[in-house]
Ligand binder design. Sequence first.
Ligand code: AMP
Length: 187
Amino acid sequence: MKEQVNYLPISREKDAWLKSTIRDIPDFPKPGIVFKDLTTLLKDRKAFSYVIDVLSEKFAPLKPDYVAGIEARGFILGPAIAYEIGCGFIPIRKPGKLPHKVEKAVYDLEYGSDCVEIHVDAIEDHEKVVIIDDLLATGGTAEAAYRLLKTVGADVRGIGFVVELGFLKGRLKLPTGMEIFSVINYD
Ligand code: AMP
């Protein structure tokens, strides 16, 4: 792990800087949605390392056994955070991708539903897990990941995001009694 730096709480200047590295794509993937494109943040080495350091600083004190990343963008961020904290990484995947026996959690989308999967033996009972995804919108994806981890016996200690679309109030869908943290918030 790199030398510990204290980034929290994040200053207004850093918040504005990080927001300036994110690109808004209107009407993607469908009309009316403003897509927060994080590829521009990820390719900026200072912004990328900053968000990894902040999320690691936030969650390291919870001493997780694993970071669980949600496919696909949680796979970019989660392993870097797990490496920093010094714990393992568990993938939460879209249906049909994991080779061994799986548990599933279904969640509602605006139209229809989707599903996430995890290996049944990903967790030993009560191991501590922190969930990571790129962005919290309505909260359905993260809530399903939480349910899935509980099903396989995890002790979920926290959920972290780079971006939270606070105006969508997705946080209200997530369980209470744990650390829910976003580096950047759009109120
Ligand atoms: P939700 O389940 O509504 O919280 O949606 C979260 C998931 O959908 C995350 O994995 C995001 O990658 C993606 N997502 C939802 N809305 C957006 C958005 N406006 N910009 C970028 N990604 C989004």
